[in-house]
Ligand binder design. Sequence first.
Ligand SMILES: Nc1ncnc2c1ncn2[C@@H]1O[C@H](COP(=O)(O)OP(=O)(O)O)[C@@H](O)[C@H]1O
Ligand SMILES: N[C@@H](CCC(=O)OP(=O)(O)O)C(=O)O
Length: 262
Amino acid sequence: MGSQHQRIVVKIGTSSLIYPNGQVNLQTIDRLAYTLATLNHQGYEMVLVSSGAIGVGLASLGLTKRPAEIAQQQALASIGQTELMRIYSQRFLDYQTKVAQILLTRDVLEYPVSRQHTLNTIETLLGDSVVPIINENDPVSVDELDHHTTFSDNDELSAQVATKIKADLLIVLSDIDAFYDRDPHKFSDAQPIRHVKEITPKLEKAASGTRTQFGTGGMVTKLRAAVTIMEANQNMILCNGQDPKIIFQILDGHRIGTRFGK
Ligand SMILES: Nc1ncnc2c1ncn2[C@@H]1O[C@H](COP(=O)(O)OP(=O)(O)O)[C@@H](O)[C@H]1O
Ligand SMILES: N[C@@H](CCC(=O)OP(=O)(O)O)C(=O)O
């Protein structure tokens, strides 16, 4: 790696953006902005899929517990998304890079016309060296029988985006440094798996849910994202997002985290 015009999608999860005490992790966001802006200046085409709308919404209201009711979560997401983008715009501008917001629902990427318009927008932004920041449009996402608009998770959203824009690599930043043979937060003897070439039933059994109240999906949805990526003959790396400068090492060819794919 290291050549010009590589297209990289980076997904960052809520557990990397919000401290366990509910505060927004500005240190990680600042390092993420620095890293993506620097790579953008070096000629990489960078796309960010960022969770955190609900988490930032909770922080804005001084709440520490995610409400169970869907409408309340959607209201929090609409409060948090603007604040999240304000923080990103400010931090990226410090590193002389413009960002743009794209909020998606599942149907937008499923229907050919809306998908094409969305892809045209992303291509235009990348052509102008702007970093698109994508999240699910949580306040309007519903999942009823005849109206499937939700992605199950931003892990899946990032894989859908990465395959549709033919990204060279999807980097999933999480609160864990690799995919393990079982949840290391529950089993102290869990072993990291460095390279996954095929998703086997054994691996699926190894993946369990999140332990944090802010994250969703855990490894189950990351494995599903990996399946989408591998079916498209693309690559995904899962690694720790605490210091997003780890992305420089990945692009320099260091073996970091878990690689899914060839
Ligand atoms: N096999 C596994 N390997 C690594 N982590 C796992 C595994 N199974 C479950 N997990 C859990 O998944 C968590 C990461 O998922 P999640 O909290 O949803 O993060 P994010 O907000 O980054 O999407 C880890 O902290 C870990 O506790
Ligand atoms: N769209 C939601 C994020 C949902 C989600 O997938 O969260 P995570 O598992 O932390 O990546 C939000 O912005 O709060």
